[in-house]
Design a binder for this molecule. Structure first.
Ligand code: ATP
Ligand code: MG
Length: 299
């Protein structure tokens, strides 16, 4: 009997020990669990921080690239303004000459001059309005005509193209889309600027840029083609990377295509691609880069 009791006590002891160690394990598990939760929280915070840092970097890059396009447009406006300012100067000088030679100015002369000066002033003020509108951030998507958007951008770049002896060819299909017009304008400026840069650098006798808008399946497309020789195969992969440039430091930051790619893909829901092309313009064999922006028709 006694034997049985000691056996039972032994079992009980063992059971108690087991219970104690189970409780310990439980406690340990709980401790590890809290540690794990803390670690997860820490990791989540770190990821959040990094994402915010990245977004901040992206905003700075975006701003930097916007400033660059603004600078580009200001220099274009300077070109665009030169001629009307000269015309206004000549008209007012004429007024003085008439006053000297005839001693008086007729009403018709005055009317004619006022009309001329007013037209020039209207043009100057329109350029500035266009410029202001370009850089006003789009608050929301809206309907607009693709061809009109390209024409507006070209109206500011026109004088620069003429100045550099570049032949511009346009082939527009009327297409209405729903998107962010100003952001698209920024991309257009970057792409046209690149085409101008390469043509000036290569200094060919015949300099040509062709801009087309057309429909392709469920996309509205804009392509910008130049005869600057194209993007060399060995850098084709890199051109959309930030800060990649083959230009001198004072001429390029290497942000244009990176930002354009970001805008088209992330903000406009589209695709930006490059294809080197061989073609003919005015019976002249040409070779160059063709950048295409594809924007969804249903957006
Ligand atoms: N139309 C083109 N033809 C040939 N090469 C081009 C063309 N467009 C871009 N590239 C090449 O791609 C590179 C990157 O272009 P990107 O617009 O990103 O920068 P960038 O023009 O050098 O400088 P930024 O645009 O910041 O002033 C250019 O330096 C050039 O070598
Ligand atoms: Mg560029």
């Amino acid at each position: 009997m006694n034997e049985h009791i000691t056996e039972l006590q032994k079992w009980q002891q063992l059971f108690e020990q087991e219970k104690a160690s189970k409780q310990e394990i439980q406690k340990l598990l709980e401790l590890k669990n809290t540690e794990l939760l803390e670690l997860t929280q820490l990791l989540e915070n770190r990821v959040k921080e990094e994402v915010e840092k990245n977004a901040h970097k992206e905003r700075i890059l975006f701003q930097q690239s916007k400033m660059a396009s603004m600078g580009e447009m200001i220099s274009n406006i300077a070109h665009q303004w030169r001629q009307p300012l000269q015309a206004i100067g000549i008209t007012t000088q004429k007024l003085q000459v008439l006053q000297w030679t005839q001693g008086t100015i007729s009403d018709t002369d005055i009317d004619e001059m006022v009309t001329k000066v007013s037209a020039q002033l209207e043009f100057l003020s329109k350029t500035i309005d266009d410029f202001r509108n370009f850089f006003r951030p789009d608050k929301a998507k809206g309907f607009f005509h693709l061809d009109r958007c390209v024409k507006k951008t070209l109206s500011i770049l026109d004088a620069t193209l003429t100045n550099k002896g570049i032949t511009l060819e346009c082939d527009f299909t009327k297409i209405e889309i729903y998107n962010l017009e100003n952001e698209l304008t920024q991309v257009l400026i970057n792409l046209i600027k690149n085409a101008i840069d390469i043509l000036v650098e290569k200094n060919l006798e015949y300099k040509h840029i062709k801009i087309s808008t057309y429909l392709q399946e469920e996309y509205a497309c804009i392509s910008i083609l130049d005869n600057g020789g194209g993007v060399p195969k060995d850098i084709e992969e890199k051109i959309f990377e930030p800060y990649f440039t083959t230009k001198h430091q004072s001429q390029g930051t290497g942000l244009g295509l990176y930002m354009s790619h970001e805008i088209v893909h992330k903000h406009l829901n589209g695709i930006l691609s490059l294809e080197n092309m061989e073609y003919e313009s005015d019976m002249i064999p040409c070779k160059g880069a063709c950048f295409t922006i594809k924007l969804p028709l249903k957006n």
